[in-house]
Design a protein around this ligand. Sequence first.
Ligand code: GRF
Length: 192
Amino acid sequence: MVQSIGSKKLKVAVFISGKGSNLKSLIKFSKLKKSPIMINLIISNNPKSKGLNYANKFQIKKKIFNFDKKFYEKKILYELKKNNVDLICLAGFMKILSKNFIKKFKGIILNIHPSLLPKFKGLNTHAKAIKNKEKYSGCTVHMVTSKLDSGKIIIQKKVTINKQDTPKTLAKKVLAEEHKLYPKAILKIINP
Ligand code: GRF
């Protein structure tokens, strides 16, 4: 999917809204000697995102945008272009990007979702999976299109749901797998 990057690393922008534990795992991945990526931008819609602390800690440029203000998409697109971003990783990002934004950004956009898509799109996935008496849940990395949680699936990881699981315990198990899955998905789009 990514034609050829030669020896050049892919420039990645990570979009976050909250804790940023997936961001942390992506930063860790980017620091590996042979990593194919470098994270050069962190974007958040939420100035209180705990994940923004990683920007300071690892000296990565961060930008906060108010998604209720006019022209915010234009400003984000400008920032992405300025930083030569090839790949956007949405990681716990709680806003929906518009059709226009997705069309205008010329690189790839990935998202990580805490369910085995196409099951349980949207929010509260763990509660939905338990309520539905599923034996398994998991996580999915997929391409972002204008339809919510519906783009091409890159990779998934299954997790067993036990009788004792609550949405909280399931979220914890799935999140641990998310941290391993996102780097794998990036490797997969580079070397399909
Ligand atoms: C993750 O389960 C992610 O898939 C979901 O939000 C959770 C928190 O992610 N969308 P993070 O710790 O902010 O990366």
